[in-house]
Ligand binder design. Structure first.
Ligand code: NAD
Length: 496
């Protein structure tokens, strides 16, 4: 067992009870209220952070509004925005270990994995978005204007920053999700108020320090820590916000979408998932089983596009399930600071209880547990679990559990696999494990999801748009699609 040593900077950051950034100031909540954060591996309190009031959120939005409307930021040239984003990415790289340790202590995930994945993907994404800052284009158009036949015109279309962005994110990838919002916002010239998840604000607060250090003007990036019900709702309702971008559950996303429509606030929603992993009979079954295990158990199954439904062609079903159960049984659970550990705790006692309720529901309805089905403490651990003998219409198959629980169902042929894969309210991702090129190409267009992976799962790249069909959301993160969501089009017609 090798336990990573905490950096002095990590301990110091936590001990000084970090405050929120509003405009140029690091502040407590207006009424002095705080909320405790816990280490999910032990259940112990880590520190407290401010519990923002509605007034705090309004002040943060005002700071972002002023920074967008009349500060030097509103006149920055694309090259400056590109260079600032590169600087920010460099600072994140410099503090990668610190950020990964904060993520580990606050979220429970492995510090080593957080550094290699969460932090590195955030850096790569910001650098990718820095490239777009200098490539945002409008177009010129030859117009006719039939009502003014004798006139000459010059006409063009501008692509302009959408304005003040209200960003609300979930707790499963705290830093990375924040950067998915921040990258396109800063590349296009927007300003941002970020509301991190109640449970995991620490890396967002560290990110705010780095944004200041990079040299962004005051008010360009603000972070308010607090609850969804107060701070999140205040941000959602604030009419000075031009665009809302949300990553979280479908239930909350639907509410935010409705409120956004009342104010005509632009909105993108990255929501839940119940993504299928489809193993065809011709697949390399060893890598399919390993891939399917990683698709569900990575990040303790707390991944929006986790492969949480497994469909295997009938003749190989028992073998593939047995292989995955073998992988699950060999996984070592423990603190994310222990480098020999394969799986950490869930985010909270509440999430542990939620996942547990689904496992019990499976047992009660006569499903079979191929492995797992145990929980233990004092942290919030649930053993990786595979459930078989379960009907496609069961809540275990239709609802997002958001934990290390895989449901597995056999299928007979390609049409059957497609029918089962698409029989879900969600449509975020799907993977097909097969070497039959023709079958794969027949299936890809027929799968109703925003991403399809072949012989891999949850493989993301900054250049590839990511988002959902159906109840998995509206709009896309990453790629040029993100730039489109952070800009408005303005048509200009000049009579000559
Ligand atoms: P959640 O919806 O409970 O909370 C997400 C965020 O919304 C938090 O910051 C929370 O404080 C805030 N919030 C809660 N109620 C609010 C309200 N009434 N008004 C405004 N804000 C409010 O989700 P969660 O449990 O934190 O995260 C898990 C969910 O996130 C899962 O469904 C998962 O699939 C989804 N997710 C989706 C993606 C994606 O890209 N599609 C990525 C990560 C997570």
């Amino acid at each position: 067992m090798a336990i990573a040593t905490l950096l002095p900077a990590t301990t110091a950051f936590i001990q000084r009870a970090p405050r929120m950034l509003i405009g140029a100031e690091w502040v407590e909540a207006a009424d002095g209220q705080t909320m405790p954060l816990h280490n999910p591996a032990t259940g112990e309190q880590l520190c407290v952070v401010p519990r923002a009031t509605v007034d705090d959120v309004d002040r943060a939005v005002l700071a972002a509004r002023q920074a967008f409307d009349d500060s030097p930021w509103s006149r920055t040239r694309p090259r400056e925005r590109q260079n600032l984003l590169w600087k920010l990415a460099d600072l994140i790289q410099r503090d990668a270990e610190l950020l990964a340790q904060l993520e580990c202590l606050n979220n429970g995930k492995s510090a080593a994995v957080a550094q290699a994945m969460d932090v590195q993907l955030a850096i790569d994404f910001l650098r990718y978005m820095a490239g777009w800052a200098t490539k945002i284009e409008g177009s010129s158009v030859e117009v006719s204007v039939p009502l003014m036949p004798d006139q000459q015109f010059h006409s063009f279309i501008r692509r302009e920053a959408v304005g003040v962005v209200g960003a609300i994110v979930a707790w499963n990838f705290p830093l990375l999700l924040a950067c998915w919002k921040l990258g396109p916002a800063l590349a296009t010239g927007c300003t941002v108020v970020l509301k991190p998840a109640d449970e995991t604000p620490l890396t967002a607060l560290k990110l705010a320090e780095l944004v200041q250090e990079a040299g962004y003007p005051d008010g360009v990036f603000n972070v308010v820590t607090g609850t969804g019900i107060t701070a999140g709702a205040a941000l959602t309702h604030n009419p000075r916000v031009d665009k809302l971008t949300f990553t979280g559950s479908t239930a909350v996303g639907k509410e935010i979408g409705k409120i956004a429509m009342d104010n005509m606030t632009r909105v993108t929603l990255e929501l839940g998932g119940k993504s299928p992993t489809i193993v065809m009979a011709d697949a390399d079954l060893g890598s399919a089983a390993a891939g399917a295990a990683s698709a569900i158990f990575f990040n303790q199954g707390q991944v929006c596009c986790a492969g949480s439904r497994l469909y295997v062609q009938r003749k190989h079903f028992d073998n593939v399930v047995a292989d995955i159960a073998g992988i699950a049984n060999a996984m070592k659970l423990g603190s994310g600071l222990d480098t020999s550990v394969d799986m950490g705790p869930l985010i909270s006692a509440r999430q542990q209880e939620r996942v547990w309720r689904y496992i019990e529901m499976g047992r009660d309805s006569g499903a079979t547990l191929a492995c797992g089905g145990e929980r233990f403490g004092p942290g919030y651990f649930v053993k990786p679990t595979v459930i078989v003998d379960v009907d496609q219409q069961h809540s275990l198959v239709q609802e997002e559990i958001f934990g290390p629980v895989l449901v597995a169902i056999p299928f007979d042929d390609e049409a059957d696999a497609l029918r089962l894969a698409n029989d879900s309210p969600y449509g975020l991702g799907a993977s097909i494990w097969s070497n039959d090129l023709a079958a794969v190409h027949r299936m890809i267009p027929r799968i109703k999801s925003g991403s399809v992976w072949v012989n891999c799962h949850s493989a993301l790249d900054p250049a590839l748009p990511f988002g959902g069909y159906k109840m998995s959301g509206v709009g896309r993160e990453m790629g040029y699609a993100a730039i489109e969501h952070y800009t408005e089009l303005k048509s200009v017609l000049i009579k000559l």
